[in-house]
Design a protein around this ligand. Sequence first.
Ligand code: SAH
Length: 252
Amino acid sequence: MKIIYIVFITLFTVVVISCTALPTCNKNQVLAMGGMNSVVDEDAFAQQRKRMVKEQIAYRGVKDKRVLEAMESVPRHLFIPEEIRSYSYYDQPVPIGFGQTISQPYIVAFMTELLQVGSNDIVLEVGTGSGYQAAILARLVKQVCSIEIIKDLGEEARQRLKQLGYANIEVMIGDGYKGCPERAPFDAIIVTAAAEHIPQPLIDQLKPGGRMVIPVGGVYAVQDLMLITKDESSEIVKTSIIPVRFVPLLRK
Ligand code: SAH
């Protein structure tokens, strides 16, 4: 009986010590190492990103390897306001301030795949927002020109992209309806806000053989994601791809 009592007390003491000592020890280590929290976060975000690519993007049919790789490597959470960073890899759009949103990961990947870009392409993006779509494209093409109509948002994105080391993205402030005649023509154009009609300046700034992806439709309605192609003889073909919902293309 005495032996059982001693074994019980010993086990009890071991359990109590390990329950109280371990967290204290870990906390001290974290405090001593300073930046460890962010290292742990980065690992967790990388895991979430891997799952996002597998379960939201590849699962729904996006096959382009380069697009999947870009989606796995760009740290989406760094494009999302800190207070709501935990939503970064959810299967949904996320607010980025100024009444705007960063698109759902699947839509970013799907639109990028539709653009069929090559490593020598020059691409125009209308609607920089957070800069995330531009960062995805920057990994796949030679140069990205991105236009944002809200000055503060555009400047924030420019700064963020610079800090993250994206040297092949130029962020411009202005009305993207007019495109960017100074840098035209483009191999591909992506519009990430819904236009009521396809802006003629964008069609004009597309190279023969080029592709444009643009949501077309009424404000706050379901819009049509359209693929516009210009063939070598500059003939335009418009194809409706899927229903989508985007914030409206604003005008100045
Ligand atoms: N591509 C962005 C999200 C786009 S949200 C990202 O990856 O985060 C749509 C963006 O288009 C918003 O930032 C909005 O301010 C911008 N926008 C709306 N109308 C515009 C216009 N006419 N020219 C340029 N940008 C415009």
